[in-house]
Design a protein around this ligand. Structure first.
Ligand code: THU
Length: 139
């Protein structure tokens, strides 16, 4: 994909981040999930005083997309932007649980786009979750 698509998704993830609910960690994350038809689904992290009930931005974006139904389940890429106290200074790499949810719905070539305020990193899902457990194991 070309840089314009990456930059557009990063911008959408940055907007999504505004709606993060993170009163406990102060670490706000936004995610923008691109479908093959160009639709973008957004998500932000939602924390809870019972900490384990917190849901990450990436999973909110996926569940938002999946729960809409229809056939917009052909996912191409996700941009993730995160940081503490409104500063984006490092790459917010997806946690293990989010990588596993990506595995459920995406191919090895699915792109994970990270942005630290200056540089862009693009990883494939295969790079981020090798030796995976997935539906193939249950066949
Ligand atoms: N968080 C995400 O939204 N995505 C990740 O992949 C890692 C962590 C959120 C969860 C929590 O609200 C905050 O970042 C600090 O862990």
């Amino acid at each position: 994909m070309d840089d314009k698509i990456y930059l557009d998704l990063i911008e959408k993830a940055t907007y999504a981040r505004v709606n993060a609910y993170a009163p406990y960690s102060g670490y706000k994350v936004g995610a923008a999930l691109l479908c093959s038809d160009g639709t973008v689904f957004k998500g932000a992290n939602i924390e809870n005083s019972a900490f384990s009930e917190t849901v990450c931005a990436e999973r909110v974006a996926f569940f938002n997309a999946i729960s809409k139904g229809g056939d917009r389940r052909d996912f191409k890429a996700i941009a993730i932007v995160g940081g503490k106290n409104n500063k984006i200074i490092d790459f917010a790499s997806p946690c293990g649980a989010c990588r596993q949810v990506m595995r459920e719905f995406c191919s090895d070539k699915f792109e994970i786009i990270l942005y630290n305020g200056k540089e862009i990193q693009v990883h494939t899902l295969y790079d981020m979750l090798p030796y995976d457990f997935s539906a193939k194991n249950l066949k």
